[in-house]
Every structure is written in C-alpha cells, then in structure tokens.
Design a protein around this ligand. Sequence first.
Ligand code: BTN
Length: 321
Amino acid sequence: MKPNTLLDLLGDHRVHSGESLAQQLGVSRTAVWKQIRKVVAEGIEVRTIRGQGYQLVTALDLLDQHKITDNLVKVDSADVDLVVLKEVDSTNAEVARKLSAPGLAMPVVLADAQTEGRGRRGRNWSSPKGQNLYMSMGLTLRGGFEGLSGLSLVLGVAVVRALNVLGVKGAGLKWPNDLYAGGKKFGGILVEIQGELQEGQVQVIAGLGINVHMTEAADVDQPWTSLARHWPDQVWVRNEIAASVINEVASVMTQFRNGGFSAFRDEWQRHDIFLGKALCAKDGTLAGVGAGVDSGGNYQLDTEAGRVSVMAGDISLRESV
Ligand code: BTN
C-alpha cells in the first residue's frame, strides 16, 4: 500500500472509518492503522476520532515533479534538471554536489524537508516537513565575481514577480534579500558562490525558502508570517509556487546576464520596505533614513553626514524614541 493512496482517500478532509479505509485499500484495519502511524511520523497531522475513524488535519499539498514541470512556461523543461526530494540536509548543499559534475541543464532541487536548512549569516533555516518551499537553483554567470553585483536583489524581484503571477500583490523586499508582508518575514534568499570556472564563469547557488502553510515555528527568533497566513483567501499550492519561481528566475537571469542589475533597480525599489524609514546599520553605529539601492545593489542611507552606501550586514528599523 502506497502512503499516497491512503492520503488520497483522506485528502477530502472528511472522517473515514478504519473499516472503510481498509475496504477501499484492500488491506486489514491493522495495516491501515500502521499506515496512519507512518504518515503521522512523517509530519502529517491525522486526528483519530474515537468510534468514528480518522480525519486529515494538515492541509495536503504534496510536491510533485511532473506538476512543476507542467507549469514551466518561460523555460524549456529540457533546460531544467529538476529533482524533488523527500528530505535532504540542505537543497543548497545538494545543488553544490550536482554542480561539481555540471550538466547542460540548470539544476533545481526542491525538498519536502531539510535537516540542516541554512539561512544567511550562519543562521539555521526552519524547514518543517511538507509545509513550506525549500528550493535551490544552480546558476552559471560570466563576468567573474564583479558580474554578481545585485544578483541576490534580482532574485528577490523574480520571487515578487512569481507571486504577482499567482495573483498576489504587495509582497515587500527587505535589503538585501528577505521577503516581507505586513512587517513580517515570509521568506529569504541565500546566495552562495560555488566557485569560478574557466573564462570568468562563476557558479552560484541561489537558495529560496518561502513559508507557505507553516503555522508554528518555535525556532524562529523574529516576526514571521507565511503566504497562507498573510494571504488566506488564496489557495497556495507549492508546485505552482515552485514553477512560477523557476519561470521568473529563468526570465530575470536572461536579462541580468545581458545587462546586470541596473534594469531591475526601479522595480526592486518599488518593493523596498525600508524606503523613507528611520534605520540603523553597521551594528547600530550608523543611523539614517532609507534611500533605496545604488546601481550596484548596495543599500543607501541618508545620514547627517550625507548619503552612505551599506554593502553588507544587516539593516534594521530604528526604534522610535
Ligand atoms: C535567509 O536567511 O533569509 C535565507 C534563507 C534561505 C533558506 C533556503 S531554504 C532552501 C535553501 N537551502 C538552504 O539550506 N537554505 C536555502
């Protein structure tokens, strides 16, 4: 008996008696019970109602490689080496392993869960099973390391566009590559440089984490939200989000490879959650007002001493006094 067969039956969110499940699946009630225990152990919440049966609690939104491929409209599926895993240490690490033996197609790895999901600045990335999107893409660019300037911001633009295509307006970008809605973070992008190949070609891994259905996150130490929380009227399907992101990343990368960040600057700025806000940077030693990004993608602050560009580190809202 395949777990998905049981999940298919429970997928209508009605109460199913053990007997009817056993009958429909052609197995014993004990086998049904064992199967229920297995899916629960995998993180899927199933309620047992005494005397009545079982009911699925968790919204079922299974990743499916074919459904993602079917929704690729801006890139030829032959140009994408798509892998969907049940569990991995980190999708970025998995893409790094694939890039060490590069093929012609762009590697894209998605996983239902990550055991060592990583965020920026050495932080962990909370990666509970089946609830969010964890995906990484291997990108090869020409022009050496200087050619990467602004890349992570452009990827943020791609994600906002991908959400727009799915009908969502109002997603914000927090420099350099956090995704925000209603003042809370719902996603982040981690760009890791894998190495430089011959002739100035650079391999980069772009990892994207988006909170989709997540309702609890004890290990997240900042205000967070998810797509389903912030936009509850929308039906969120991880396969559709993944395909939309791949479409938009493929599209922005063509433009970025030809013209760099400048063509995206205005668009990035339209989503800048820091614009005009009182901010501090450089571990609190620099205070100013958010003034958008410069042509290299560095964040600008209007300070008492004039306009200053911040190249790295965290920028945060200044508490009003
Ligand atoms: C951040 O700190 O905001 C960046 C988070 C990036 C998380 C994603 S999840 C998929 C990919 N694999 C990882 O280990 N990290 C990135």
